[in-house]
Every structure is written in structure tokens, then in C-alpha cells.
Design a protein around this ligand. Sequence first.
Ligand code: GTP
Length: 204
Amino acid sequence: MLKIVLLGDGGVGKSSLMNVYVTERFDPNSSHTIGVEFLKKEITTLNRSEPTVLQIWDTAGQERFKSLRTPFYRGSDACLLTFAVDDDQSFKNLSIWQEEFCKYSKLSNRNCFPFIVIGNKIDVPESERKVTTQQAESWCKEHNMPYFETSAKDVINVDKAFTMAASKAIELETNFNGTIAMNVQGINLNSSQRQQKNDNSGCC
Ligand SMILES: Nc1nc2c(ncn2[C@@H]2O[C@H](COP(=O)(O)OP(=O)(O)OP(=O)(O)O)[C@@H](O)[C@H]2O)c(=O)[nH]1
């Protein structure tokens, strides 16, 4: 099971993305989340032979709910940093969200943690759009994060963004387990070498 957390300003569409992804239903009157909510979905990714259960945590973006959402960051396997393309401030706040996540999840190495950026509401008329694709892409390139433009309303790229988050988390987990296996082998080799040395020298 992988834990995926959705973060971003209030109203950018986090609940809508989660609901569309899991239940395939978009609610035009979606109300603000209070605290956190989660849904599960089983998927299959290209980099793992068996199915993976995604536990998706939707958090309240409004500042007044900070103390209710932050305890749920620990143990996350991936984080979706979300903004709305018609809300400039929500894009500017991405760094603040990343900081909050790193602080409360007690992340030891943020450089290899799977952060994915989502620019939601791309269905809005061009005249209402405040953040260009180029602007968002350049920020993500600078911060080394994959970027997806989505519309929960028109169901564009929603699946792709969540699948990318899952694949990145699996990739990290696989690499991490590989490192542990190598370390364990290293310990065994050292102890057997020590034994050999002891046998040769007759030392106790
Ligand atoms: N046009 C458009 N509207 C959207 C889209 N996604 C969400 N909305 C609308 O934006 C509003 C806020 O959506 P939510 O999903 O509740 O936003 P949220 O980020 O979960 O908000 P908080 O719970 O306050 O953090 C709702 O009226 C949604 O119907 C989208 O892709 N396009």
C-alpha cells in the first residue's frame, strides 16, 4: 500500500481530483474539506508486477485547518503539490506547501522524495488563466519535479498524475530495498572475513 498526500491552497481542486480519480464523479459544488479525508484505489503500474493499493489523503487547504492536516503527513510515499491555473497565488504558494510537508513529515532527504506538481482547472477559458504552462514547467524543472496539467471537471490527465506518483514511489521503494540488500550483504561479508581472519590467526 502506498500513501499519497494531496496538498495545495483551498479551492484548487484537491478533493475533486481525488473523487474523480477514485469514484469517477465530479461535483461542481464541492465544499471545503475540514481536516483530512482519504479514499483507496487499487492500480497496476508498469514497474511492479502485483497490484498496488493507493491510499489517497485529501487535506484541507485553508490555513485555519493547518493543525488538523499536518499530523497526517508522516509515512507518505508521494506528495501531489496542487495549484489552480486560474489562481496565481496558489502557484506562488507551492514552495510553502513543500516546506510544510517536509517539516511535518520529518522527511530526511527531500531531494529523492517523489513530489509531483499538478496545475488543475485547465478547462477554464484562456482569458481566466493566470499561470502559463511555460511558467509552471520552468518552476518544476528548477525543482526537479514532474508536472501535469489537469482538469478534474473534464477528466484530463487525472489518471496520469496519480499513476506517476505511484510509479515514482515504487521506484524509490525498490531502490531503497536494493540499498538495504547491499548493506546486509556487506555486513555478512565483513563478519565472514573477520571469522576467516580469526581462524587464521588463532585469536579468540
Ligand atoms: N473549472 C473547474 N473547476 C474545478 C476543477 N476542480 C475543482 N473545481 C471546482 O473548484 C471548487 C473547489 O474544489 P475542491 O475540490 O473542493 O477544492 P479543494 O482544493 O479540495 O479545496 P479545500 O478542501 O478547501 O482545500 C469546486 O467548486 C470545484 O467544483 C476543475 O478541474 N475545473
